[in-house]
Ligand binder design. Structure first.
Ligand code: THU
Length: 133
């Protein structure tokens, strides 16, 4: 693991530990690195009114925007289960707003990174701010 991925993994795992997921029992943590070298993290926060739950990636993006940062250089998502906890469709689009086609998105379990993708692999032929002219 690169130093950046190590630090992102640690932050995502820390967020994972604070996830509020009493309904799905599926905690998720996400961490974003900005080009400035800062890391922002988030966890999923579910709700008794199920559709009001928020994904970990959304929380991390919110923290980043609150700090005045507008670009995402690298991402780590930590989730449980045997499979890959890849971002949901909505979160791929949320990441798309601030990341580039080649931004690495690493998918991890609590033990470490399992797979790595670029944003373009997860969201090909995407629509973004440039499309609005
Ligand atoms: N979830 C995330 O927070 N991020 C992902 O990348 C995939 C899914 C959350 C949403 C919900 O709280 C729980 O995981 C189960 O879908």
């Amino acid at each position: 693991m690169s130093k950046n991925v190590e630090a992102l993994f640690a932050a995502a795992k820390d967020a994972f530990a604070n996830a509020y997921a009493p309904y799905s029992h599926f905690p998720v943590g996400a961490a974003l690195l900005t080009p400035e070298g800062e890391i922002f993290s988030g966890c999923n926060v579910e709700n008794a009114a199920y559709p009001q739950g928020a994904c970990a990636e959304a929380g991390a993006i919110s923290a980043m925007a609150r700090a005045g940062r507008r670009r995402i250089a690298e991402v780590v998502v930590v989730g449980g289960g045997g499979g890959l906890c890849t971002p949901c469709g909505g979160c791929r689009q949320r990441l798309r707003e601030f990341a580039s086609a080649d931004t690495p998105i690493h998918i991890a379990g609590p033990e470490g990174v399992k797979a790595s993708f670029t944003l373009a692999q997860l969201l090909p032929e995407s629509f973004g701010p440039e499309n609005l002219g």
